[in-house]
Design a binder for this molecule. Structure first.
Ligand code: PLP
Length: 376
């Protein structure tokens, strides 16, 4: 039956203006749409090596107790995280993916009387969680495309300039997705020093494990110095557990207490808890993933140089290439080659494609497909 009620008008103001997140195209969907097989998905920054075998074994063991609710406090996973990084359990908030934690932050600290700041080209989930609770979005200009060292990167001076009395939260991704750009230890630390102590700074480190450089900032090391700091991390990227949905925030215990007040009691399921704990301890898998990604980045840098493709500087597990023409038709043509990448027009970058770094064979296939669709 057709309803005469306008449900959009019934929704709260922030939700009326929301644009839902557009995920990478699932392999199955492309199979259905085009009737093709042997599809390569390099669209969601997933780990091409899969997940740690230890995680898979932990899931098999946890399958025996599916009838039980998970441990709502996530004690063992929190203890493993705390142990690995020299923190206390009380500093950790577990989430159904780190997106869940981002939402907890918005619900605990934002409402329609407050504002949150983030950078142009920053991760698309920030505006969604901010707007859903009716808070004001303040977008800071990123570095311009012609910037000499970090084009499209977060500009901390511009972010700081957007902070006013009603600003409660600042979201920063380091490295950022979808650009791959990053902030240095000195710049980020200086920024934290100048931010008022009643403004919460979220540093989203979803890709930090991929960064092979010892001088790269590790925001966990600053938690003791800055009580207003929240660091978020995920098991979706290098740990290869995107399908399970598990991530966490590390902060002072006082902030974690607020986040846990709005957290659903069983937001992380028992298989995810077990797998994440096992994955955290599999240093060999982690090292292998870092090495595969580092080699893949070099492969892409070489291919870009060879083909004259311009890309945004990256230290993540993806590369964002400027196609110098509308990217949407290229994305469609790549789909017909069985290769799924990510168009990022929704981020205001309609000529770029974001491509996840795969194995050597996968990268090679994607590079050849890109050459083909560009010359068609
Ligand atoms: C992928 C990603 C996440 C992780 O999201 P999950 O909910 O943990 O899967 C968080 N932040 C950024 C910037 C990302 O790109």
């Amino acid at each position: 039956m057709q309803s005469t009620v306008d449900f959009k008008k019934l929704a709260v103001t922030g939700v009326q203006a929301l644009h839902p997140y557009q995920p990478g195209k699932p392999i199955e969907e492309l199979e259905r749409e085009l009737g093709i097989s042997n599809i390569l998905k390099l669209a969601s920054n997933e780990n091409p090596l899969g997940a740690s075998p230890n995680a898979q074994a932990a899931i098999a063991a946890a399958l025996k107790t599916l009838e039980l609710y998970p441990d709502g406090s996530g004690y063992q996973l929190k203890a493993a995280i705390a142990d690995k990084f020299g923190l206390q359990n009380a500093q950790i908030t577990l989430g159904n993916g780190s997106n869940d934690v981002l939402e907890l932050i918005a619900r605990a600290f934002l409402d329609n009387s407050r504002a949150a700041v983030f950078s142009e080209y920053a991760f698309a989930v920030y505006p969604i969680v901010i707007q859903a609770v009716g808070a004001e979005l303040r977008v800071a200009k990123a570095n311009p495309p012609e910037h000499d060292t970090m084009p499209y990167g977060h500009n901390l001076a511009n972010i700081a300039a957007k902070i006013t009395d009603n600003t409660r939260v600042v979201f920063i991704a380091n490295p950022n997705n979808p650009t791959g750009t990053w902030l240095s230890k000195a710049d980020l630390h200086a920024f934290l020093q100048r931010v008022p102590s009643d403004v919460i700074v979220v540093i989203d480190e979803a890709y930090t494990e991929y960064v092979n450089d010892p001088t790269f900032p590790n925001a966990l090391a600053w938690l003791a110095e800055f009580p207003n700091l929240i660091v978020t991390r995920t098991f979706s990227k290098i740990y290869g557990l995107a399908g399970l949905r598990v991530g966490y925030a590390a902060s002072g215990a006082d902030i974690a207490d607020m986040l846990n007040r709005v957290r659903q009691p069983f937001n992380v399921n028992s298989l995810a808890l077990a797998a994440a704990q096992a994955a955290l301890g599999d240093e060999a898998f982690l090292q292998q993933s870092v090495a595969t990604n580092a080699a893949g980045l070099q492969q892409w840098f070489a291919a870009c140089a060879e083909n004259g493709w311009e890309y945004i500087p990256t230290v993540g597990n993806f590369i964002t290439v400027n196609m110098k023409r509308p990217a949407a038709p290229l994305y469609d043509a790549l789909l017909r080659e069985g290769v799924i990448v990510r168009p990022i027009g929704g981020y205001g970058l309609p000529q770029h494609l974001r491509i996840t770094i795969g194995t050597e064979t996968q990268n090679d296939r994607c590079i050849k497909a890109l050459q083909k669709v560009l010359s068609a």
